[in-house]
Write a protein that binds this ligand. Structure first.
Ligand code: ADP
Length: 474
């Protein structure tokens, strides 16, 4: 069963959940993820509506929607996409039924989910309560403990002073990791290995968190040495059913940010796989999780694993899961929001079977020779890698595209799918070598080094991989 067929027609409803079709979706986002959602909508016969900032007037995501509306006139580039009242107004004025938040921007803001619902719009994601609970690292951790999921020892609540931080370090020993309690994306994070560094690193992490997320509160955890980052893709419906779509390995990280993602996790002990997916599902059921989400874990060398957080939204790397399962996660999200149950869609756990290995490389307009400094300008020449088993999800990947400094530097996500990890890496390598990008620098040379690395090809990965292999940068 490589390709999933929607087994639903409006006639075969059997559940108690009220079904209400979605006829139009506004995507409160930009770039590749906006286009990803528009494509899903178009295939389902749903009208797609874009919003765009002044800076994105010429951006491709506008063209891929049926309609587009300017948002945040006069506001700075990022603020435009965070303007909740205006986004709601645009949706209401244009007869929109539902809002998809994408990732980043408002996707993990419970006040946005609530504002949509209050305005009579359906929010394609979990309930505001669950979004709020999962967005707070302390509350999410409590929920995990309540569901019987193993967690890393950590502070029971947010920590605001370096004295409290010191207390935790003395009690639990080093190393520890400081994390922004209300943040993400690797910002505001510091690993602490020496007692004399506690105070200084706490201040630095906390002020970074305050600048990035408006709150300097920190969360402290024991630091797991040589962890693997393994995360489980989930989907819940309105009837309380939850299924998992197996796991991804996202250990290839630079500065705690994912660079290359793989599904399923190579060389994962099947017993560990069973336990980790089961625990993720238990957690989702425990909190009444609806729609798509990811439970992230770190596993150590002995096969122990610990919950770190839940991302209550679609993730950048959802693509690799789609490739190995043949299931369109965005369409599934929309169906769930309409009130279809997973069994009605034919999505029961035993029907979800992974095939082969998929790898995603995030091709960015960053120059690896200049410490990954973002590059901007006009793309003069663009040819992409194509062919069997290659998927491209992008928004600015064409000649003539202007890469602006205003938003993140993701150019295109390249996804390869083949029978095993090595074949998938060979396919990715071949495709990346076919790329010709002139006008802006990209991280392709760096990605090729990763793909040719023996440790990577052996599938024995941990989050130290990039830092321990400085030759990857040349
Ligand atoms: P964010 O919300 O910023 O994405 P996460 O909690 O998901 O933060 O962690 C991101 C990455 O940071 C992890 O994949 C891992 O590499 C590292 N990390 C986080 N917590 C720990 C820990 N307790 N021990 C070791 N590494 C950690």
């Amino acid at each position: 069963q490589r390709f999933f067929k929607w087994s639903i027609s409006r006639n075969n409803y059997s559940s108690d959940v009220a079904y209400c079709p979605i006829r139009s979706v506004l995507v409160a986002n930009r770039g590749e993820i906006a286009i990803r959602v528009f494509r899903a909508c178009t295939e389902l016969g749903i009208r797609s509506v874009a919003i765009y900032s002044e800076q994105d007037k010429m951006h491709m995501h506008r063209q891929k929607a049926d309609e587009s509306y300017l948002v945040g006139k006069g506001l700075p580039p990022v603020q435009a996409y965070l303007n909740i009242p205006e986004i709601i107004r645009i949706a209401k004025e244009n007869n929109v039924d539902a809002v998809h938040p994408g990732y980043g921007f408002l996707s993990e803001r419970s006040d946005f989910a609530q504002a949509c619902i209050d305005a009579g719009l359906r929010f394609i994601g979990p309930s505001p309560k669950v979004v709020e609970q999962m967005g707070d690292k302390v509350a999410a951790r409590e929920a995990a403990i309540g569901a019987g999921v193993a967690v890393v020892p950590g502070t029971p609540g947010p920590v605001n002073t370096s004295e409290e931080a010191m207390e935790f370090c003395l009690k639990h020993g080093l190393p520890v990791i400081f994390k922004a309690a209300y943040g993400g994306g690797g910002r505001g994070m510091r690993v602490v290995r020496k007692m004399e560094e506690v105070e200084e690193l706490f201040q630095r992490a906390s002020s970074e968190a305050k600048a990035a997320f408006g709150n300097g509160a920190m969360f402290i955890e024991k630091f797991i040495e040589r962890p693997r980052h393994i995360e489980v893709q989930l989907m819940g419906d309105k009837a309380g059913n939850v299924v998992h779509f197996y796991e991804r390995d996202c250990s290839v990280q630079r500065r705690h940010q994912k660079v290359v993602e793989i599904a399923p996790a190579p060389k994962l002990d099947p017993k560990v796989r069973d336990r980790i997916t089961e625990q993720a599902v238990n957690l989702a059921k425990h909190v009444g999780y609806e729609n798509a989400g990811t439970v992230e874990f770190l596993s150590d060398e002995s096969g122990n694993f610990y919950f770190i957080e839940v991302n209550a939204r679609l993730q950048v790397e959802h693509t690799v899961t789609e490739e190995i399962t043949g299931i369109d996660l965005v369409q599934t999200q929309i169906r769930v929001a309409e009130g279809m149950t997973l069994p009605e869609m034919g999505l029961t756990q035993e029907k979800i079977t992974p095939q082969g290995y998929a790898i995603q490389c995030r091709v960015t307009t960053e120059d690896p020779a200049k410490n990954f400094q973002p590059d901007t300008g006009r793309i003069e020449v663009f040819r992409s890698g194509e062919g069997m088993g290659i998927r491209l999800d992008g928004a600015s990947a064409f000649a003539g595209a202007i890469i602006s400094p205003y938003y993140d530097s993701l150019l295109v996500k390249v996804i390869a799918h083949a029978g095993d990890l090595q074949a998938s890496a060979a396919k990715m390598n071949r495709a990346l070598r076919e790329f010709r990008v002139r006008g802006v620098k990209t991280n392709i040379p760096f990605l090729l080094n990763v793909l040719e690395n023996q440790k990577f090809l052996s599938g024995t990965l941990d989050t130290y991989f990039i830092d321990e292999n400085p030759q990857l940068f040349h």
